[in-house]
Design a protein around this ligand. Structure first.
Ligand code: GUN
Ligand code: FE
Length: 460
């Protein structure tokens, strides 16, 4: 039977709450009380199960709150963050794993991205994609789009309507691509980007509640210096929200991609220096991959406060290499996880956690040094708080600190026979690990974004 508890706000949960409270710490509260206020924000998280009379005494606005009691095999977990996903490539998932990055871009990615000149394709593909990601627990996504303003605007509208938190911009490609997957001029690229930014700010989400605009140079080898400069000026002149415009781009994915960047942008000491020169390298910058980094890249990344989207599934499929996450964390650089579909074959951030673990272990095997291995707590950090920080949303989401917005999953490991908790029912740590390494959408009952129930098994 389906649980049909009301999720009307304000709402109180009683039961197990699990979240990340630092880069290296996962806190499990066995019997907590968590209150979500009428605006969808976390009003309180008490480590102990407060009796209703005590909640009423301490928190008057919760007098008539809805109440959900969690079962012993259930827990609340922060919504998962995908810091790098290519929306238009969604239909290609699992295809095209034969080639390297260049062959894959030319054979698979350019043709499918170019096909979104037909905006109706966006309306066919994106609603199912957003629903699928939400049902898999991904409450926030930094989406890469295609070069088409209309298809990108559609993506923004669909995310807002379905209640997914998202960072969205039009992809800028001026040269170096195939199958006509390029814009005709610097002016066309810049005015298209501006059109999307204005549509998001004016029409889609004027209060900046869920959908945030960004600028999106594909990578250093696809965008000339003058377009980079124009994009930098767009960021510099943006007056939209207090956070300002975010930036998403690829960096240091393969040795060939790095050398193509240097050919197109001669005179820069490193890849990071090129972006930095054009004003695109700061705390709101999200950089996918960052595998083939020089010491200079790493130093500038740390100085400027950029964030990294680590895409272990994609990096393995394209044989790009292994991102040294430990090196980034040691330098204090923000890191989150990305699925990078369709170069990666799974839209699941739980899968990304597993693959990040495996990549870190391959690094340890190849170097003989254990320090590369990511600890379980660090995987949880990357998937939640780290992702939130990379998206410049660390003050709004990522864990259940009072004052943040309630982006959460109600997980029920009892729903999925693949998760064999028999014998471990009383071990919360084991239950969490089993969910992370064996779970999927079958064990996700409810998905909340900003306090609103938007997906999950209970409403399917
Ligand atoms: N480099 C340029 N375009 C892409 C893309 O779509 N995915 C990945 N992984 N790398 C890229
Ligand atoms: Fe990518």
């Amino acid at each position: 039977h389906k649980e049909r508890s009301s999720t009307t706000l304000p709402l109180i949960f009683y039961g197990r709450v699990i979240h990340c409270t630092s880069r290296t710490k996962v806190t499990i509260l066995s019997n907590a009380s968590l209150g979500v206020d009428k605006h969808g924000k976390i009003a309180f998280l008490e480590a102990t199960h407060l009796p209703p009379s005590e909640v009423a005494r301490r928190h008057h606005s919760f007098d008539d709150a809805s109440v959900i009691h969690l079962d012993p095999l259930q827990f609340l977990f922060p919504g998962l963050v995908d810091t790098h996903m290519h929306a238009p490539q969604y239909p290609n998932i699992s295809l095209g794993m034969e080639g390297d990055l260049k062959e894959w871009c030319e054979g698979w990615t350019d043709p499918i991205e170019a096909s979104y000149s037909d905006t109706s394709k966006a309306h066919r593909v994106y609603p199912a994609m957003v629903s699928n990601l939400l049902n898999n627990g991904t409450t926030t996504v930094a989406y890469n789009s295609s070069i088409h303003p209309d298809a990108t605007n559609a993506l923004a509208e669909i995310c807002k309507a379905k209640g997914q938190r998202a960072i969205i911009g039009k992809l800028c490609i001026e040269l170096g691509a195939t199958h006509g997957n390029m814009e005709k001029s610097v002016e066309q690229s810049l005015s298209g980007e501006q059109k999307v930014i204005e549509h998001i700010i004016r029409n889609v989400d004027p209060k900046g509640e869920l959908v945030h605009p960004c600028i999106q140079p594909r990578a250093g080898s696809y965008v000339s210096g003058s377009l980079m400069k124009g994009l930098g000026n767009l960021c510099h002149n943006s007056t939209d929200e207090k956070v300002g415009l975010r930036i998403q781009a690829h960096m240091c994915e393969t040795p060939l991609e790095v050398s193509n960047m240097h050919d197109l942008h001669p005179g820069h000491q490193s890849y990071a220096d090129m972006y930095d020169h054009h004003g695109l390298f700061g705390p709101r910058t999200i950089l996918a991959h960052c595998i083939h980094l020089t010491d200079r890249d790493v130093d500038l990344m740390a100085q400027r406060g950029v964030g990294v989207a680590h895409n272990p599934n994609s990096n393995t499929c394209l044989r790009d290499g292994w991102c040294r996450v430990r090196r980034l964390l040691d330098h204090g650089i923000k890191v989150g996880l990305g699925t990078d579909c369709s170069a990666g074959y799974s839209i699941s951030i739980l899968n990304a956690m597993r693959q990040a673990s495996n990549v870190s272990r391959h690094l340890a095997i190849s170097t003989g040094e254990d320090r590369w291995v990511l600890k379980f707590e660090e995987l949880v950090y990357l998937a939640t708080m780290g992702g939130a920080e990379v998206c410049s949303l660390g003050d709004r989401i990522g864990n259940f600190e009072a004052g943040k917005e309630f982006d959460a999953l109600l997980v029920d490991v009892g729903l999925d026979d693949n998760i064999n908790v028999q014998g471990w029912e009383d071990d919360e740590d084991a239950m969490l690990k089993k969910w992370v390494f064996m779970g999927d959408d079958r064990s996700i009952r409810k998905v909340f974004v900003a306090g609103k129930l938007v997906a999950g098994k209970d409403i399917r």
